[in-house]
Write a protein that binds this ligand. Structure first.
Ligand code: DON
Length: 572
């Protein structure tokens, strides 16, 4: 499918490798061109995508115009994380009206999906690698349809003119990023599918290496079609037919039909915004995980975490609020079009007061979900989320902002490729077990037309006058909630610049587990936490953060790119 040449001079290969390892260094400062006072900025997980976004901004495009260009390039150079075959949530700030809108481009289960579709003949959940590469795992992709809706409302340039970089890079080739090459050679089941092997294997039989010049003419052709026709290019016609045919293949064929694809509808709703001290934090509503992050903040607002700073007590409060946030999120969140999510109850003042009192002087057993107003009986959650996602943030010269988390779910989605892009396996974000042993339904059980629960929580922060303060978000599966909460606390309470906020060590407190980047925490913090029964342990189940953010300062925009990925923040 691809035409491949290894034409990079050795010096350039060496440079690519050197910059890749620089990207690993902790506390790397974000690259900020014209750092003096950038008035527009893009922060994303790959420099080629950032450059595509900046080009659009320079040509007079809006933040949403630039988002289209960034997504189109990310789908090519970061196919392990997002693309035309995936879904997204976007939080958008309009500087003129001061309104924050949530765009929902979440993948949707085909009409034929059933609550039992991830159970084997023995009634037990299918093994995840089996489910993840199955034809049942893909939802109708929504990222491009969502961007088309948002660009129609907030774009300044023509849709057709936003794909130049993606088309050129796909046709002429791009230096294979290290993360893409590593993912292609990883042991993930999706990297071992026939399509992934065909795409990532060179004529000499070896796998793509970082720095190889990589081409994807099929992607270029699809991008030209998307530029000309919008989302119809993939949701109707020959590419839609290929999607249906691909998902009908073994293992475990799915039920996606042309009608499922053609009926996809992205949504635009007001964002969920809650005050946090002198700020207002906005995220999309459920099935996004955004409101859970707002609950975490609401609990922390009732503590002295700001005064503590990132010391042992500060991290202790963070960890305990995180556990309470996760307990509620896991029990109550699902698609609000199908189940009642007691969002108002979970964010109500008296409920947050009560949750905050559960934080004692030392950590006890894992907290149970609470009983917010409006909560029905829900089975304990059995959802497991693996990893292939990315986050980017854009602020344009008018002060409009995009915070977008975009995903194919696992690396390379389900490993099935159509027209140069991978299809998602987002439906594995549903709970495989639809009910508990008493027959009580899980909020996140599968149903035809339903959108799976997500942890994605793209955030926008305003001041009380409705002016933009910051935008931030991350990939990371269930850890997203903790990653975003950390960045927000670091920025708003601990007053760290965005780059330091995103680079700060990660701690994910979830049930009985305190997963953390232990070596990055000062030893006195690790010891202080242990004394409070919070024993940090290494390992995230393979997923790190990919936090990207931009803050508004009196001197201009200040960006942050997570040193754990290979992105940058660059201004104009
Ligand atoms: O929507 C979700 O919650 C997941 N599909 C996100 C997966 C993810 O972030 C993996 N990241 N590396």
């Amino acid at each position: 499918m691809i035409v491949l040449q290894r034409v990079l001079p050795l010096a350039l290969v060496a440079l690519t490798i050197a910059s890749a390892s620089a990207a690993e260094a902790p506390n790397r400062k974000a690259t900020v061109s014209k750092a003096a006072a950038p008035g527009a900025m893009v922060a994303a997980a790959n420099p080629m995508a950032v450059d595509a976004g900046l080009k659009v901004l320079k040509a007079g495009g809006s933040a949403v115009d630039a988002a289209v260009a960034v997504q189109a390039v990310l789908g090519l150079v970061e196919p392990q994380s997002s693309g035309l075959g995936g879904g997204s949530f976007m939080t958008y700030y309009d500087a003129k009206t001061k309104k924050v809108t949530a765009y929902n481009g979440r993948e949707t289960a085909p009409a034929g999906a059933t609550p039992e579709m991830f159970l084997g003949p023995d009634g037990k959940a299918l093994p995840r690698p089996v489910a993840m590469t199955s034809g049942r795992s893909a939802g109708v992709p929504g990222a491009i349809a969502m961007l088309y809706l948002a660009q129609g409302q907030h774009g300044k340039l023509k849709w057709a003119n936003l794909f130049g970089d993606a088309e050129r890079l796909a046709d002429q080739g791009f230096p294979a990023p290290r993360r893409m090459a590593d993912a292609a050679s990883s042991r993930a089941a999706q990297a071992a599918t026939p399509d992934a092997i065909a795409y990532f294997t060179k004529p000499d039989g070896t796998k793509v290496q970082a720095g190889d010049l990589w081409k994807n003419p099929a992607y270029a052709a699809t991008i030209r079609k998307v530029a000309a026709e919008g989302p119809k290019a993939i949701l109707e016609g020959p590419i839609a037919e290929q999607i249906v045919a691909k998902l009908q293949q073994n293992p475990i064929p799915g039920t996606m039909t042309l009608k499922d694809l053609a009926s996809y509808k992205p949504k635009a709703t007001p964002a969920v915004c809650r005050p946090y001290k002198v700020y207002v934090v906005c995220t999309p509503p459920a099935p996004s995980g955004g409101p859970a992050v707002l609950e975490g903040l609401g609990i922390l607002e009732r503590t002295d975490i700001a005064k503590q700073g990132p010391n042992a007590q500060g991290w202790y409060l963070f960890s305990q609020a995180s556990r309470l946030m996760y307990a509620d999120r896991d029990r109550y969140y699902g698609d609000p079009d199908f189940v009642d999510v007691p969002m108002e109850g979970l964010l109500a003042k008296d409920y947050l007061d009560q949750r905050a009192t559960l934080i004692g002087p030392v950590a006890g057993p894992p907290p149970k979900p609470g009983s917010p107003k409006g909560a029905g009986a829900r089975a304990p959650d059995q959802t497991k989320e693996p990893g292939g996602t990315t986050h980017f943030v854009i602020v344009d010269k008018d002060g409009n902002a995009v915070s977008m988390t975009t995903t194919v779910e696992s690396i390379f989605g389900d490993g099935r490729m159509v027209a140069g892009f991978f299809l998602n396996n987002q439906l594995t974000d549903f709970s495989f077990q639809p009910k508990d042993q008493d027959g009580v339904a899980a909020a996140n059980a599968v149903a035809g037309g339903k959108r799976p629960r997500s942890s994605m929580a793209p955030a926008i922060v305003l001041d009380k006058q409705g002016r933009l303060v910051a935008a931030v978000g991350s990939p990371g599966g269930p850890s997203i909630l903790a990653f975003n909460l950390k960045a927000l606390v670091a920025l708003l309470d601990w007053k760290l610049p965005m780059q330091e906020a995103v680079a700060l060590p990660n701690l994910i407190a979830f049930g009985p587990i305190y997963a953390a980047e232990v070596d990055k925490f000062p030893p006195d913090v690790v010891a202080g936490l242990a004394a409070k029964n919070v024993k940090l342990q290494g390992g995230f189940g393979g997923e790190g953060s990919g936090l990207h953010g931009i803050e508004v300062t009196p001197g201009g925009l200040r960006g942050g790119a997570d040193p754990r990925r290979e992105g940058v923040a660059k201004g104009l």
